[in-house]
Design a protein around this ligand. Structure first.
Ligand SMILES: Nc1ncnc2c1ncn2[C@@H]1O[C@H](COP(=O)(O)OP(=O)(O)OP(=O)(O)O)[C@@H](O)[C@H]1O
Ligand SMILES: [Mg+2]
Length: 133
């Protein structure tokens, strides 16, 4: 099944595209029911952050493997301004944009694994995995 997709994120329409591609790929991988919705929602949030905070970037969707476990790996990357304080950014309600500040902590909560790396002036990368039950 070597399924792999990449979506360029530069506008609000691309958020919808990434969400749909993610849902399709997760379905192909064997995810069902509510898992499909939460994977799509996590993808939407990181894609929206690219549009809102970095203007443009990319979402890569691939198969994740660890031992006998299989799942979906989502990597959102951009060359935007970066995040000066990741701990603050991960708190519920923290937003530099008058947003609700729930995107990052929400995505972390929805997925099984969540990693964020960011460097001011260089950009941000979010890696998230969800394992098949
Ligand atoms: N890709 C990014 N590049 C630069 N800063 C980011 C990025 N993603 C998140 N941030 C920073 O982290 C903060 C928290 O992100 P989060 O998604 O939780 O909230 P929000 O985007 O402000 O609001 P919401 O997602 O609820 O609409 C943002 O306000 C922004 O300062
Ligand atoms: Mg957000």
């Amino acid at each position: 099944m070597g399924s792999e997709t990449s979506v360029t994120i530069a506008s609000v329409g691309d958020i919808v595209k990434a969400r749909q591609e993610g849902r399709a790929l997760a379905t192909e991988m064997g995810f069902v029911d509510s898992d499909l919705t939460l994977i799509a929602t996590a993808i939407s949030e990181v894609a929206r952050n690219i549009v809102d905070h970095a203007k443009s970037g990319e979402i890569r969707l691939t198969l994740a493997n660890h031992g006998s476990r299989r799942g979906i790996l989502i990597v959102a990357s951009d060359h935007g301004p970066g995040i000066p304080d990741i701990n603050r950014a991960m708190q519920y309600g923290f937003s530099t944009n008058k947003g609700l500040g729930v995107g990052l902590p929400g995505a972390k909560w929805l997925m099984d694994e969540f990693e964020i790396n960011s460097k001011v002036g260089e950009g941000t990368t979010v890696m998230m995995r969800k394992w098949l039950p």
